[in-house]
Design a protein around this ligand. Structure first.
Ligand SMILES: COc1cccc(-c2nc(Nc3cc(C)[nH]n3)cc3ccccc23)c1
Length: 281
């Protein structure tokens, strides 16, 4: 059935996402290894997500960046849609985070620097991801991270409200309670999520984690505390990203130049950290 899909040889199932299964696959003629995501049209119709999938394909096919998972192509038969995706050898970042509980500052800083580079690339193309969270990030064979799952990404500006499923933890205030003038929200929503991601990498849980109603209140008031074990530089960056007013959030350029990022992402530093990581293997 599936294992002999014409030009692809299907390998082991990698896992199941919300709407589809992912398999390791090899392109027969070239020997190219990729990940094949199989979506059942019936499931998409029931979940009312066909439009989202079409947008995911349209947006992700036109992106090419080392920290963004490539979508090489897609095809479909009567019942299924197949996405030919880049294969990230080390799987889902959130599984690594749960296993390590929280990342050391040098690793968190390198991941945030890569995220900032990817978001800069996206925003230059006026694409906002809108669903940045550990579950939507994969890890490549060399430990580099790759944003995946563009199901929620759109071309800015966008003032359509979306029924949210899944966690509220990463939602910015302006998506919970649109204030008067800016009923449009912008790419700055990804800056807020980058702040939540930085916090979760360093603390092992999201800053506003609570039961849903309380989470919404804490987000719009930006009520959170950063634990004492987080360095002053890291805390400074989190405070500059988790700002209620989208216009007052630090820019991606300033994230890349932030002392916490510079300190952990300078070449020399990286070498020592890398050897520490290799020693661990
Ligand atoms: C729910 O667990 C899931 C679901 C989907 C994929 C994986 C998974 N994926 C990839 N790589 C990928 C996936 C894609 C779309 N490109 N590269 C690698 C893995 C390695 C070990 C375990 C699991 C893995 C898990």
């Amino acid at each position: 059935k599936l294992f002999h899909l014409g030009m692809f040889e299907i390998g082991k199932p990698l896992g199941k996402g919300k709407f589809g299964r992912v398999y390791l696959a090899k392109h027969r003629s070239s020997g190219f290894i990729c990940a094949l995501k199989v979506l059942h049209k019936s499931e998409l119709q029931m979940g009312k997500v066909e439009k989202q999938v079409r947008r995911e394909i349209e947006i992700q096919s036109n992106l090419a960046h080392p920290n963004i998972l490539r979508l090489y192509g897609h095809f479909h038969d009567a019942k299924r849609i197949f996405l030919i995706l880049e294969f990230a050898g080390k799987g889902e970042l959130y599984k690594h985070l749960r296993k390590e509980v929280r990342f050391p500052e040098w690793k968190a800083a390198q991941y945030i620097a890569q995220m900032a580079a990817a978001l800069k690339y996206l925003h230059k193309k006026h694409v906002m991801h809108r669903d940045i969270k550990p579950e939507n990030i994969l890890v490549g064979i060399h430990g580099e991270i790759k944003i995946s799952d563009f199901g929620w990404s759109v071309h800015a500006p966008n003032n359509r409200r979306k029924t949210m499923c899944g966690t509220l933890d990463y939602l910015p205030p302006e998506m919970i309670k649109p204030t008067g003038n800016d009923s449009f929200y912008s790419e700055k929503v990804d800056l807020w999520s980058l702040g939540v991601l930085t916090y979760e990498f360093l603390c092992g849980e999201a800053p506003f984690e609570d039961e849903p109603l309380k989470t919404q209140k804490r987000i719009v008031r930006c009520e959170m505390t950063v634990p004492g074990y987080v360095s002053a530089e890291a805390k400074d960056l989190i405070k500059k990203l988790l700002v209620v007013d989208p216009e007052k959030r630090i820019s991606l350029e300033d994230v890349e130049r932030h002392p916490w990022i510079i300190k952990h992402c300078v070449k020399g530093e990286r070498a020592t950290n890398r050897s520490a990581e290799l020693a661990k293997m």
